[in-house]
Design a protein around this ligand. Structure first.
Ligand code: GAL
Length: 751
């Protein structure tokens, strides 16, 4: 597998694992014959699941992954590690029959040192026993949880080969960010397992798009068999551009470790220079106040749970930023994929990341794992400029002085550059963090939208304060629910966002939640889904999504979304009034049967907090009584007097086309890469038929496989599937049909 010797090699170990849905001691034996086992690639879910109505126990079992590999290079006493991105929920790792390490916790990375067991002359067998049961000794388990923790080795695995004198981690801390001349304090964590003291030079280089900007070095002595951190500074950094939401400038940092002029290791990371702080009067990014408007994200997907590859993880960040126009996401309720976070860095989407947990605090042993989660989360993610806050409490748990004093201490000691938060739903809970992060579910449709922060915190003065959840279970709504409900769902998001933006002491309003998610039977709509998203599990927008999208600057994207299916008899009594139009246009003209009936303007007096209040129409001639003729309609959006958007509805919708659209037309032929395809059964003017009962039959030809079933009912007129590549380059052709329509085949090339 390895052909040449070099100082640091990171080799993906995602391919060709043997997998079995059970465990037996005999599987650890390197000579065990796993021939009949299935071959899988990582990320892998231990069990593919239906879309809804499944028994969550079906993935809660112990399974085994086996991987054989060779390291056929001449090594000079290098150390060899296996790095696991995440394994749910407990893992034991064996190499060539020997137990080498274990890890508790399904959301954070761990490494196992293989050096002493590895055989350089022949094949090595790594066996991972994966316990995906909800074990009482591991957060978030021990009580009920409103989400599923899908099993398996669901994040990347790699082999890392390093010199015995190597860099374990680097924490790059931008300083004097708002000065003309900035600084970068870089803590380099160095390991010396050479058995003797070593004089080394640490060299750091900052560059942008490969163009060098600054460099510095420091000579240090490392005693034998130690792990130590050294700070190296880059000062007087002129011309460095800030990382922000609009222009997220990123720089590359390379750290080299040299001994007697010999390079022994290189470590690279990215850096963004920004100052992000929550104050009692709001959130400030680089000294400017920004209202944080966002949603919570669960990292789950239909069928494969957590096991989606890099491209799909990155796509979620794009959806949040570019389709929903958010500037912040909370990674509820655990650290999420590094691919997702990398993308947040690249596109300027702020992140509030938190440790795993949900309402329940376990015993001491459990709490130790949680404290360790704080360390693992921060040490993994401290170089992401998008992350501005560490969540160091178990979401919505009760106060626990000693435990939370300690989680805060750990976070502040590891990372003095970021504030801590810890999400609670209790008023006047003990405020040990820097930011009081509150789930405020007070709004249930009436006048009251949010609580006064001081009522919540019980403090005389205002403190840094964020609302981290609202809505959710207060008003579960399916995309295909009746019109009055989907409109009210949207209005609740709008009302709370508006209220938060009007209160100068609320820094953020992060709604519950971005995407629907599968859950335990104790929660949700009985179908094992919490229909709490502003998008469904396929990431298809509900009406409430347009509340968020319409807040975007129209120069980025024009949004014109009348909150209606435009039908005579879906609402109680009939008609579509009052009609709300979520838009960032400055005027909307309505044409009924081709005749203009008037131009309408945003209700900014009613919703002064949000950048773009909706348009509301209370009268449309001939769209009223039951029994009168039903017309077609067109809405035309204007900006500065210019027509910029239009949206039509037909009076007599019938299935006219089955559209099929893939997020990507090129994928990597690696047996891992995947992309989403969305099918819509639409009417004459392109609107999905929300209440259709037709099913879609899907056929995948060529170098791809379907994730999920090949026959599935449309959900509110739409169906999403994901297609995964094989390891052979070529073409994937996806064909689909319903009873009435055949889609144009989707063609994806794989390289
Ligand atoms: C909150 C909880 C979330 C979710 C939400 C539903 O209490 O933190 O995980 O369950 O309720 O509204």
């Amino acid at each position: 597998m390895l052909s040449e010797t070099s100082r640091r090699q990171v080799l993906p170990l995602n391919h060709h694992w043997k997998y079995r849905e059970t465990f037996d001691e005999s599987f650890i034996d390197p000579n065990y014959d796993d021939g009949p086992w299935v071959m899988v690639n990582i990320p892998h879910t231990n069990k593919e699941l239906p879309y809804s109505y499944f028994d969550e126990k079906s993935y809660q079992f112990v399974s085994t992954y086996r991987k054989t590999f060779t390291v056929d290079s001449v090594l000079h006493n290098e150390r060899i590690f296996a790095d696991f991105g995440a394994v749910m929920a407990y893992a034991e790792v064996y190499l060539n029959g020997q137990f080498l390490g274990s890890h508790k916790g399904g959301y954070t990375p761990f490494s196992v040192d293989l050096t002493d067991q590895i055989d350089l002359d022949r094949e090595n067998t790594m066996v991972v026993k994966v316990d995906s049961r909800e074990r009482d000794d591991i957060p978030p388990f021990g009580h009920m949880i409103d989400y599923l923790c899908y099993g398996g080795i669901y994040r990347d695995v790699s082999l890392r080969i390093v010199d015995p004198l190597h860099i374990k981690n680097v924490f790059a801390k931008p300083q004097k960010v708002l000065y003309q001349e900035k600084e970068l304090e870089t803590s380099v964590f160095v390991v010396n397992t050479t058995g003797e003291a070593a004089d080394v030079v640490l060299e750091i280089k900052l560059s942008k798009d490969k163009k060098p900007i600054a460099a510095a070095n420091r000579r240090v002595t490392l005693p034998a068999d130690t792990e130590m951190a050294f700070d190296v500074y880059l000062r007087n950094l002129g011309g460095v551009e800030l990382w922000d939401i609009q222009s997220p400038h990123l720089y590359e940092l390379e750290v080299c470790l040299k001994r007697q002029d010999q390079l022994t290791d290189t470590y690279t990371t990215r850096v963004g220079f920004r100052e992000a702080v929550v104050k009692p009067d709001g959130f400030y990014l680089n000294g400017e106040k920004v209202m944080l408007r966002g949603l919570n994200r669960h990292q789950s997907f239909p069928y494969v749970g957590y096991a989606m590859p890099k491209r799909v993880q990155r796509k979620d960040a794009d959806i949040l930023k570019y389709e929903l126009g958010l500037n912040v996401v909370r990674t509820s309720h655990y650290p999420q994929s590094n691919h997702f976070l990398d993308r947040c860095d690249e596109i300027g989407l702020l992140v509030f990341e938190e440790i795993p947990g949900w309402q329940y605090i376990g015993d001491n042993e459990w709490q130790e794992v949680a404290k360790n989660n704080v360390r693992e989360m921060i040490e993994r993610d401290w170089n992401h400029p998008s992350i501005f806050l560490w969540g160091v409490r178990i979401n919505e748990s009760l106060d626990n002085h000693d435990f939370y004093k300690e989680t805060n201490r750990i976070a502040r000691e590891l990372d003095p550059t970021r504030q801590t938060g810890g999400v609670r739903y209790l008023e006047k809970s003990e405020f040990l963090e820097d930011v009081y992060t509150m789930n405020d579910f007070i709004h249930s449709g009436g006048e009251i939208r949010l609580r006064d922060p001081r009522q919540v915190t019980g403090t005389e003065e205002y403190v840094p304060y964020m609302v981290c959840e609202f809505n959710g279970h207060m008003y579960p709504t399916k995309r295909f629910d009746q019109e009055e409900r989907v409109v009210e769902h949207a209005m609740r998001h709008l009302r709370v966002q508006d209220a938060a933006a009007r209160d100068p002491h609320i820094a953020a309003a992060i709604g519950w939640c971005a995407f629907d998610y599968n859950t335990h039977y104790d929660f949700g709509s009985g179908d094992r889904i919490c229909h709490h998203g502003v998008m469904d599990m396929f990431r298809i927008p509900k009406m409430a999504a347009h509340v968020y999208a319409s807040q975007m600057d129209p120069r980025e994207r024009v949004v014109l979304e009348p909150a209606t299916l435009w039908s005579r008899g879906d609402r109680s009594v009939g008609g579509v009034l009052p009609l709300v139009i979520f838009t960032n246009c400055d005027a909307v003209e309505v044409l009924v049967q081709g005749e203009s009936i008037g131009t309408y303007y945003p209700r900014s007096e009613e919703f002064p907090g949000v950048p773009h209040a909706p348009v509301m129409i209370t009268e449309i001639p001939s769209s009223g009584e039951w029994g009168s003729a039903w017309p077609s309609v067109e809405f035309v959006g204007y900006l500065d007097g210019k027509k910029v958007a239009s949206k039509a509805f037909t009076k007599d919708a019938v299935p006219t086309r089955l559209t099929a659209e893939a997020d990507d037309d090129q994928l990597d032929a690696d047996g891992i890469d995947a992309t989403r395809i969305v099918f819509k059964l639409v009417d004459q003017v392109g609107n999905p038929l929300s209440y259709t009962t037709e099913a879609v039959q899907i056929e995948v030809e060529g170098e791809g496989t379907l994730i999920g079933p090949s026959v599935s009912a449309l959900v509110g007129g739409v169906l999403g599937v994901w297609v995964k590549t094989t390891e052979t380059a070529g073409e994937i052709r996806v064909k689909a049909r319903t009873n009435s329509q055949v889609a144009r085949p989707v063609v994806i090339t794989t390289k």
